[in-house]
Design a binder for this molecule. Structure first.
Ligand code: SF4
Length: 73
């Protein structure tokens, strides 16, 4: 899944950093840094990144999942 940030919305509250500090960080100027823009869809890290997206007070985080493959006949 792809992690995207709407920089116009982000207010550097850092809620996402608390949820998944492997992925989100704030630099010395309180700018959000995304350490890894592409992560696996499954597992603990993915759950915490989803939590970060749900918890962001500015709804600045969007998660894009690849569409399921079409069924081959
Ligand atoms: S929780 Fe939302 S507003 Fe706060 S730093 Fe993360 S993306 Fe930005």
């Amino acid at each position: 899944m792809k992690v995207e940030i709407d920089r116009d919305r982000c207010q550097s509250y850092g809620v996402c950093v608390q949820a998944a500090d492997e992925i989100f960080d704030l630099d010395d100027e309180d700018e959000l840094v995304v350490r890894q823009a592409e992560i696996e869809d499954q597992g603990d890290l993915a759950e915490r990144v989803r939590l970060a997206a749900r918890s962001c007070p500015m709804t600045a985080i969007s998660l894009d999942r690849p569409r399921p493959r079409e069924v081959q006949r």
